[in-house]
Design a protein around this ligand. Sequence first.
Ligand SMILES: [Zn+2]
Length: 176
Amino acid sequence: MAERTKVVRCAENGCSESTFYTYRTQREYAEITQRQAQRPYKCTRHDTPDEVLRPDNTERTHVLVASRVPFMGRRGGWLPGLFWLEEGRDSGSGFTFGPGFKAHASDFPEGTRLVVTARVEMPDPAEDEARLSGALALAADDITPDPDAGLEAIRARTKSAAADAPASADSTPHQK
Ligand SMILES: [Zn+2]
């Protein structure tokens, strides 16, 4: 059987996001259906909505602790090195990263807390307006010549036009 796809909509009411799963056999299709029944697909906005930064949710802080992890074998003991664990969890990674940082848990003493904060700073509408009018004033400066400099240029042009063609000097627009 060729590979086929099953499109699944986000389980949140009214959400149109979707994903798809591929399957080759009826058994794989049944597995997808069963998994969806147990834990329906939700999109990145609706899977963990508290974690989604929004204009009314502008800051998130998450803490990982450099911890030892027990070795899950018959011998017991600990896995070598340290791992970044969420509080209350017993599995994690020895290395973690996000935009602008990377951290190896074993570079720190056990118990080190990695505090990751993400904060959005939206533009202040009043500041934005001030910036915009500032930019407009600058642009106006660019296109409005210094009146004196302009007059000089006109006089110079008029003079040379008069020298080149004295008869037509009076009809140049610069004369006005
Ligand atoms: Zn959704």
